[in-house]
Ligand binder design. Structure first.
Ligand code: FAD
Length: 384
């Protein structure tokens, strides 16, 4: 793997840095305190091309590679994980899955809007009773006799949920022959019978629109199905395999932001008559962060490289997500320690980094679930 960025990749990273500096950084604290990112950011992300990075140009995307996607995701994560998550879900989990599994009609219907930021997408897998054990989901899809389905059930913790125009929804079609009988549907959120409730009081990602979705007799036509009937679990797992790389890249961004903040602070703050940078135990804290940043970034870039070369990547993606998410929590926690009491108030950035990092070890498969996926690939034995 070539670890040098191409000119194009370096330019994309710079574009993302400038975007974060201009459009995100000035608002981060207000969005976090107000529990809402300004929705205008979606259009801006679309205009600069970040919502279509890896989607083909004929559907409004930029046709870029996955390393470029990681670079942008890292920079957005460095700026504000709430904004990063909008892209990771709308592009990473929804648009890319439509591009991979959709027919021509699906692609023409949804991709130009998702890549431009006219539409927001959300990914509806988790339910109140099924998180890690997603294959046991209970939302039901029953054939309506006219080729379509009637959907009933509840989805929980859905990122972008209240903002979304379309939900990539997973439901058990009882008469489907495929794996676990789960099918994937593209459901416009204005379909009668679909209601949404914002989930407030999150520890982190406070600016993000996380929601519960309730489906009561939601009717969708045959054309709403993504992939074949019964293929839905494979659709979900393939989306998450790539999605985990995106989460990992966001975590690299958090860890890098923690490092930047800590390095900046140790030169300014004096205790015992000298800058705290001159205390060896403080240097230990920042060097631990720096090693976590590098290791997490290299694992993440390796996934991007494998995807771009058409090689198997799912297990590497689990490794990158597992390591990077735990590293981001450690890095933000170490940075908070460097800031002492000032780290505990939100005038300084590290407390938010820690709160935002914490969920990364939970969603798109908890750390325990990543270990089971890695363990299964090594032993050939499923321990779920
Ligand atoms: P559980 O599955 O109940 O797990 C509880 C504990 O048990 C965990 O520690 C887990 O690791 C452990 N555990 C479970 N099974 C095993 C096992 N076999 N072996 C060992 N340990 C085990 N979901 C979506 O579909 N779309 C989204 O956009 C989305 N966004 C989210 C945003 C936020 C802010 C949050 C908090 C969650 C989001 N989720 C989303 C849901 C997320 O993916 C789930 O929370 C996650 O998969 C864990 O499921 P759970 O919360 O039900 O925990």
């Amino acid at each position: 793997m070539n670890l040098e960025l191409s000119e194009e990749q370096a330019a994309v990273r710079q574009l993302a840095r400038d975007f974060v500096e201009r459009e995100i950084a000035p608002h981060v604290v207000a969005w976090d305190r107000g529990e809402e990112v300004d929705r205008a950011i979606v259009k801006k992300l679309g205009e600069v091309g970040f919502l279509g990075l890896t989607v083909d140009e004929e559907y409004g995307g930029c046709g870029g590679d996955h390393l470029a996607y990681c670079l942008v995701t890292e920079e957005l994560g460095r700026g504000d994980s709430s904004v990063r998550g909008i892209v990771s879900v709308s592009l990473g989990l929804v648009a890319k899955t439509i591009a991979a599994w959709g027919d021509e009609e699906h692609k023409r219907r949804w991709l130009p809007g998702l890549t431009s930021g006219e539409y927001v997408g959300c990914f509806g897998l988790t339910e109140p009773g099924t998180g890690s054990d997603a294959g046991n989901l209970t939302t039901r899809a029953v054939r309506d006799g006219a080729g379509g389905h009637v959907l009933n059930g509840t989805k929980m913790f859905i990122t972008n949920g209240t903002w979304a125009d379309v939900v990539l929804l997973f439901a058990r079609s009882t008469d489907a022959p495929g794996h676990k009988g789960v099918s994937a549907f593209l459901v416009p959120t204005d379909t009668p019978g679909l209601t949404r409730r914002t989930i407030h009081g999150k520890l982190g990602l406070r600016g993000q629109a996380t929601a519960e979705l309730v489906l009561e007799d939601v009717r969708v036509p045959a054309s709403a199905m993504l992939g074949e009937e019964g293929q839905g679990f494979s659709v979900a797992m393939s989306a998450l395999a790539k999605g985990r790389m995106s989460v990992a890249a966001g975590c690299v961004g958090i860890a890098q932001a923690a490092l930047d903040a800590a390095v900046g602070y140790v030169g300014e703050r004096e205790q015992f008559g000298k800058p705290i940078a001159r205390h060896q135990l403080v240097q230990e804290l920042i060097s631990d962060i720096a090693v976590d940043v590098d290791a997490a970034r290299l694992l993440t870039w390796r996934v991007a490289d494998l995807i771009d070369r058409g090689r198997p990547f799912a297990v590497q993606s689990s490794k990158a997500k597992l390591f990077a998410s735990e590293a981001a929590v450690r890095a933000a926690n170490n940075a908070l320690q460097v800031f002492g009491g000032y780290g505990y108030i939100d005038e300084y950035p590290v407390g938010k980094l820690l709160r935002d990092a914490r969920v990364m070890t939970l969603y798109e498969g908890t750390s325990q679930i990543q270990k089971l996926l890695i363990g299964r690939s090594l032993t050939g034995v499923s321990a779920f």
